[in-house]
Design a protein around this ligand. Structure first.
Ligand code: NAD
Length: 553
């Protein structure tokens, strides 16, 4: 016979036993339960006797976090905290965002995906595999929370710059949703990470006895499309208020799925559209340093994939807004991939390449292309570390007083050049941004703080805006206003240090401003199912969760 009143506990917490409260990460406060709460929730005896404040808990978490010998251990530690005490996890992440973001997201999350089968402790999110064909709706019904508003989904086929990671890609949706909460205050109860497993072409995984996914080659074609279609329909049925974020799908499927679903449901692809918003924001802020005009820039992209074409599309939209027709704008772009410049003469102009192909003669040497095309901005999205070698960067510095050089490939080892290389080879004149974080660089007495074009600057705020007004679709214009908002927030002090993004410490304010700009667009275009009008700011602010413990007394 228990000594506690199960009904009373149920009414207070939704749990019928005290131990269940401690095992629920959304309610557990650990030793921060006060004497009164322990009495009321029948927790006495289940915790050490002395209650501690959240501040004391944070001190302990901090000491533990910084004592871990490497980033992967930090990742494992934070994941365990998230599964134990969500509120403390988010508070810690928010208060230490500069240190924790590279752990819960790129670059460490990449390492976590690569070792997912080895470090696997408890499942997070949902796995939907080919074996679930015909039952996806039923499966979604197994998820505990019914009011899902954001789903981040991957098929693991192109994880960061690390290629096919199969079911191990789950680290990505989990990490991205943690950022939705940490950066935009979206309550975790509304977030659902999903991995779609159709096999993997990664031989190492196929031969790994510990691999947790389907151990066969990837299945494509109608079977693949059928599963994705069933998934999208099942989401609409099970979670009608949910926005779907496609994440880390390989280039071939990424554009295809985006085109198929963007005007049918509320969905976007962060690798294409979110990256574009962050990169454009960085470029707009760079132009405040170089005193250039967007429509007068010339862009040379190393890498002709999801990120590159997504960025180019949004730049073109911004140029159009400034009165430059798309056809004219297209002339200001060159793309290179592993086969050299994307020219019309090539016989492999698949996907978007045809549209961006130029009339130049074929050329594989980046330095020569820089010399002939004379770009003002060089943008690396190739996943090829070191692609911007010394001669290339020096050529950019010869051509431009203030060359813009963005080495956006992740993780750090894949960056096309390092911050230090950029500043030294351009003699401190380069305007640099990267995908993964770089430490500040002192060059001839001046300290530069390299900006990190982290997608976390944009997608959480965009998602927040979309959710708040229940936008029917996520449009390119929303990404454009997100970019413009972010570029405006970056202040002179940041720009003076060479930093083209604001401090991540300000991320919640950035997300709120972004959300309000997105809501405005949705309302103006008649896309908002629940327009918020003048109350937008107040309603959004009050909906954002605060990472504070709730009181049970
Ligand atoms: P993708 O696979 O769609 O495209 C990669 C492109 O690079 C392809 O066109 C490929 O042909 C080309 N490429 C490969 N090897 C090359 C070489 N040796 N020389 C020239 N081109 C080469 O991938 P994606 O989604 O476009 O992402 C590319 C990179 O951008 C990744 O490293 C990713 O981490 C990074 N990225 C950064 C951000 C960010 O900084 N916010 C966001 C998204 C993606």
């Amino acid at each position: 016979m228990e000594n506690y009143d199960a009904e009373k506990l149920q009414a207070l917490t939704g749990h019928a036993s005290p131990m269940d409260i401690l095992h629920d990460p959304s309610q557990n406060k650990g030793v921060a339960f006060t004497h009164e709460e322990r009495e009321r929730l029948c927790l006495r005896g289940l915790l050490p006797p002395r209650p501690l404040s959240m501040e004391a808990q944070l001190e302990r978490v901090k000491a533990n976090f910084f004592s871990k010998p490497n980033n992967l251990e930090k990742y494992i530690f934070l994941t365990a905290l998230q599964e134990r005490n969500e509120t403390l996890f988010y508070r810690f992440v928010r208060e230490n965002i500069e240190q924790t973001l590279p752990i819960i997201y790129t670059p460490t999350v990449g390492e976590a995906c690569q070792t997912y089968s080895q470090i696997f402790r408890r499942p997070q999110g949902m796995f939907i595999s080919l074996e679930d064909r015909g039952h996806v709706r039923e499966l979604l019904g197994n998820w505990e929370h019914k009011d899902v508003r954001v789903i981040v989904v991957t098929d693991g086929s192109r994880i960061l710059g690390l290629g096919d990671q199969g079911a191990n890609g789950m680290g990505i949706p989990v990490g991205k949703l943690a950022l939705y909460t940490a950066c935009a205050g979206i309550p975790p109860i509304h977030c659902l990470p999903i991995t779609i497993d159709v096999g993997t072409n990664n031989e190492d995984l196929l031969n790994d006895p510990l691999y947790v996914g389907l151990q066969h080659k990837r299945v494509g074609g109608d079977d693949y499309d059928g599963l994705i279609e069933e998934f999208v329909q099942a989401v609409g049925d099970a979670f009608p208020r949910a926005m779907i974020q496609f994440e880390d799908f390989s280039n071939d499927n990424a554009f295809r799925l985006l085109d198929k679903y963007r005007n049918r449901v509320c969905a976007f692809n962060d690798d294409i559209q979110g990256t574009a918003a962050v990169a454009l924001a960085g470029l707009l802020a760079s132009l405040r340093i170089t005193e250039g005009e967007l429509k007068r820039q010339k862009f040379l992209f190393m890498g002709a994939g999801s990120a590159g074409f997504g960025i180019a599309d949004l730049i073109l939209l911004a140029m159009e807004q400034q009165g430059m027709p798309r056809e004219e704008g297209l002339k200001r772009f060159r793309f290179m991939d592993s086969r050299g410049v994307v020219t019309r003469q090539r016989d492999d102009l698949t996907g978007r390449k045809g549209e961006f192909a130029c009339d130049d003669a074929p050329e594989k040497d980046l330095e020569k292309v820089v010399e002939s095309f004379q770009p003002t901005a060089l943008i690396g999205v190739s996943g090829r570390g070191g692609a911007f070698y010394e001669e290339v960067v020096r050529a950019m510095a010869r051509i431009n007083q203030r060359p813009i050089i963005f080495a956006l490939s992740n993780p750090t080892s894949k960056a096309e050049c390092t911050a230090e290389q950029c500043y030294s080879w351009t003699e401190g004149r380069g305007v640099f941004a990267s995908g993964s974080p770089f430490d500040p660089v002192t060059w001839q007495g001046k300290t530069f703080v390299p900006g990190q074009g982290n997608n976390a600057y944009c997608f959480p705020g965009i998602g927040l805006g979309v959710i708040m007004c229940q936008a029917k679709h996520v449009t390119d214009e929303m990404f454009l206003v997100a970019a413009q908002t972010l570029a405006e927030i970056t202040d002179e002090a940041d720009l003076n240090k060479g930093r083209v993004y604001p401090s991540l410490q300000d991320i919640r304010a950035v997300s709120l401003k972004t959300a309000l700009a997105v809501i405005k667009v949705a309302e103006e275009r008649g896309l908002a199912k629940t327009p918020l009008g003048e109350n937008a700011e107040e309603r959004t602010r009050s909906w954002m969760c605060s990472a504070r413990y709730r009181s049970y007394v």
